[in-house]
Write a protein that binds this ligand. Structure first.
Ligand code: NAD
Length: 430
């Protein structure tokens, strides 16, 4: 497994869990040193224990030596990052570098699999790069990953589907064998051509991002029209053609996938001669939505938040992860700081990651109630479970001004009003 990040570490660990010998390789020496000391560099529920178990059974190891990893393996998964370049395209430099290294170290037949999210045509180019470095026989395949941070182990161990792009029946048989323990309940291993497989991942993420932006627009429209998005959402979602999941409005999508993948598909679509119309709008709606909550707060204080103390609950882009890449909280924080507010934030696990980006320009609490003392407003930015049923009496007693801006609609506005709060959700009837 080359690349030991959120995807590589989970994938490698889960493959070792089913009895395979896995070596996770990374160029980040610090990360590998931590893992070799039994420390886990990311927060992902359940991962610690699974890593420890498989390391102690001798099936899972960590190294910086890509050569050893290549030479000792039949399957080589490329799971390095594919972040956005300045022009929005996926930056594939790590993928190309890894492909060259694989080629240089080949010592026999291998199956090289792109696990990273990569634009259509990447796996073919990986094949060409490796072929330029070696005369050993090998095959390539595309196997995009659909796990969700925060539920990654469960998603990987019980995937809705496994997508496998290959043109070779032997490779598809071996991939099916590798994945057989994960699909025992009958979920499909969908074998298709490599290009369709690569595109499937982007199409799925682009669709999910579209649903989010669509619902955010519905929420904004509800506010203008005096309708309630929670009722509209239920009414829409009961149609099985629409379905009820992923219809929640909020503070915009973030994280390490949706923003970069929407940008990348627009870009490689354009390069292929197809100018997509929907996705640039999905992006634009999202950009506006990330600012919404901060703008609501500023409007509430009639344009003057200078010196106001704003408490934030939640920093990560979603619960159960410490991933801060493209998190909406960063946009909210920057906007409020620019307007002169003083911010105190609490997140159960993402504080360290936030400090790397925001530093000490905001204060950080050790517990959720810590940040509320004398606060002029509380903003709920991430819907961590532990925020859902807090002690509202305590909150009201701590705050200077009991107003809550709930970016995730986790509270019952009516009940809060009865308890003496002013409450603003997303797309709710005031
Ligand atoms: P990440 O940044 O957490 O991890 C990438 C790792 O690759 C890092 O540890 C980095 O040091 C390593 N790396 C970079 N260049 C390398 C090289 N030349 N040799 C060895 N290691 C190298 O990224 P991630 O979140 O795990 O994402 C990896 C890929 O999986 C991306 O394409 C992403 O779009 C995709 N993906 C991510 C998720 C997710 O939820 N994070 C889900 C599905 C798919």
């Amino acid at each position: 497994m080359i690349g030991t990040g959120y995807v590589g570490l989970v994938t490698g660990t889960c493959f070792s869990e089913t009895g395979n010998d896995v070596m996770c390789v990374d160029i980040d020496r610090e990360k590998i040193a931590l893992l070799n000391q039994g420390k886990i560099p990311i927060y992902e529920p359940g991962l610690d224990e699974m890593i420890r178990r498989n390391v102690s059974e001798g099936r899972l190891s960590f190294a910086t030596d890509i050569g050893k990893g290549v030479q000792e393996s039949l399957f080589i998964f490329i799971a390095v990052g594919t972040p956005s370049a300045d022009d929005g395209a996926a930056d594939l430099n790590s993928v190309w570098a890894v492909a060259r290294e694989i080629g240089k170290h080949m010592n026999g037949y291998k199956i090289v699999v792109t696990k990273s999210t990569v634009p259509v045509g990447t796996t073919e180019r990986v094949k060409a790069i490796i072929a330029g470095e070696t005369s050993h026989a090998f095959d390539v395949a595309s196997n995009p990953e659909f796990l969700k941070e925060g539920a990654a182990i469960d998603d990987f161990m019980k995937p809705d589907r496994v997508v496998c792009g290959t043109e070779d029946p032997r490779v598809s048989e071996l991939m099916k064998e590798l994945y057989a323990p994960f699909v025992r309940t009958g979920n499909p291993v969908l074998v298709m051509d490599i290009r369709s497989s690569e595109l499937t991942k982007y199409a799925a993420n682009a669709m999910l991002a579209t649903r989010i932006s669509f619902m955010n627009e519905m929420a904004n429209l509800c506010e203008k029209l005096g309708a309630d998005v929670n009722l509209v959402r239920r009414g829409m979602g009961s149609d099985p053609r629409i379905g009820s999941s992923f219809l929640f409005p909020g503070v915009g999508y973030g994280g390490s996938c949706f923003p970069k993948d929407v940008k990348a598909i627009i870009k490689f679509g354009l390069e292929a001669g197809y100018d997509m119309k929907i996705l640039p709008m999905v992006e634009e709606v999202n950009m506006l939505q990330k600012r919404q909550l901060a703008e609501k707060v500023i409007a509430y204080f009639k344009g003057n938040v200078k010196g106001k103390k704003i408490a934030l609950w939640g920093l990560s882009f979603k619960p159960r992860t410490d991933d801060m890449r493209d998190a909406p909280s960063l946009v909210i924080i920057e906007r409020l700081l620019e307007a002169g507010a003083v911010i105190e934030a609490f997140d159960p696990v993402a504080t360290q990651e936030t400090k790397k980006i925001i530093g000490d320009r905001i204060g950080y609490g050790m517990k959720n109630y810590d940040v509320l003392k004398d606060a002029d407003a509380l903003l709920v930015v991430t819907e961590w479970n532990e925020f859902r049923e807090p002690d509202f009496e305590k909150i009201r007693a701590l705050m200077k001004n009991p107003v809550i801006f709930d970016g995730r609609n986790i509270f019952d506005g009516k009940k809060l009003q009865e308890k003496g709060f002013q409450y603003f959700g997303m797309g709710l009837k005031q």
